[in-house]
Unconditional design. Structure first.
Ligand SMILES: C[S@@+](CC[C@H](N)C(=O)[O-])C[C@H]1O[C@@H](n2cnc3c(N)ncnc32)[C@H](O)[C@@H]1O
Length: 274
């Protein structure tokens, strides 16, 4: 991940701040138990605390007995919040730099027994039987070369709730077109409310892995086509969903399985040996 949205702790003074500086740069500004912050100068402000303030009132205060998966957990901000509410949490990420931060942060809160952080590709979830009450799939979709493949996989791995967040492009209008689109009707695709996803070939915000920016209509349409029912949209770019098999587009299982295996093998050292 490029460093445009990350922060190094400048001029560390205390032993704790020195540890933070050594683990940097940080994308998550975590408020540690003594009040020290991991990324107080974050370019996005107090990130992701301001996002959590939108999400958290929509989750149970007591999550004892819940299992949760945090995909692309980064330094574990959300994993820590869920574990603090009593959930058993698995955080996965493909970047060991962030996984080290996350494991260190969990130790600071003495939450290590309730959280595990694993080096794992989202596509690798296709090869496990594990299912979770809650999945957070936030800030990852648009970084993926194969976003719908990932969403198809993730949509089958939770029981109660999926919290989905993606970078989007401007535009809140929603065009729902129920019929077949004829070959001569394609001008309709240019309508601002038609579901669309822009492809970014070079980079956005200094990050060449920001490949996609869907509009709001496209987020809703893609969620539905993966068998998900968007329940609410409590904040900008944040979607709460439950499963709804009736929405699901007829997915070609063979394509899904072969594609998932190929992508996971390409990207993950752990899959290469299997
Ligand atoms: C923009 S950050 C989002 C972090 C956090 N989920 C949040 O919303 O604040 C994207 C994270 O996803 C991770 N990531 C990117 N591609 C991934 C993949 N294929 N599988 C799992 N994690 C991935 C990155 O390493 C990074 O930590």
């Amino acid at each position: 991940m490029p460093t445009t949205l990350q922060t190094d702790l400048s001029e560390p003074r205390t032993p704790l701040e020195h540890e933070i500086a050594e683990l940097g740069p940080w994308f998550h500004n975590i408020h540690l138990p003594d009040g020290t912050q991991t990324a107080p100068g974050h370019p996005l402000g107090d990130f992701p605390t301001y996002k959590w303030r939108v999400i958290s009132p929509n989750l149970p205060e007591d999550m004892t007995g819940w299992t949760a998966l945090d995909i692309g957990c980064n330094a574990g901000f959300y994993s820590l919040q869920l574990a603090a509410r009593g959930a058993d949490v698995t955080g996965i990420d493909i970047n060991d730099h962030y996984l080290n931060q996350a494991r260190w942060a969990a130790e600071q809160f003495a939450l290590g027994s309730r959280i595990q952080f694993l080096h794992k590709q989202v596509y690798e979830l296709a090869f496990t039987e594990d299912s979770y009450d809650l999945i957070l799939f936030m800030g990852v979709f648009y970084h993926l070369r194969h976003p719908l493949l990932a969403l198809d996989i993730v949509s089958e791995k939770f029981e109660k709730l999926l919290v989905f967040q993606t970078l989007t492009m401007p535009g809140e209008q929603v065009f729902v077109f129920e019929d077949d689109l004829t070959i001569d009707d394609r001008l309709l695709l240019l309508h601002p409310a038609w579901p669309k996803m822009a492809f970014i070939e070079k980079s956005l915000a200094g990050d060449p892995t920001n490949w996609w920016a869907p509009n709001h209509a496209a987020v809703l349409a893609m969620l539905r086509s993966c068998g998900l029912r968007p329940l609410k949209n409590p904040g900008h770019e944040i979607y709460f969903c439950r499963r709804d098999e009736q929405c699901k587009t007829d997915v070609n299982r063979e394509e899904l399985s072969i594609a998932a295996k190929s992508v996971a093998q390409l990207n993950s050292p752990s899959m290469k040996t299997k």
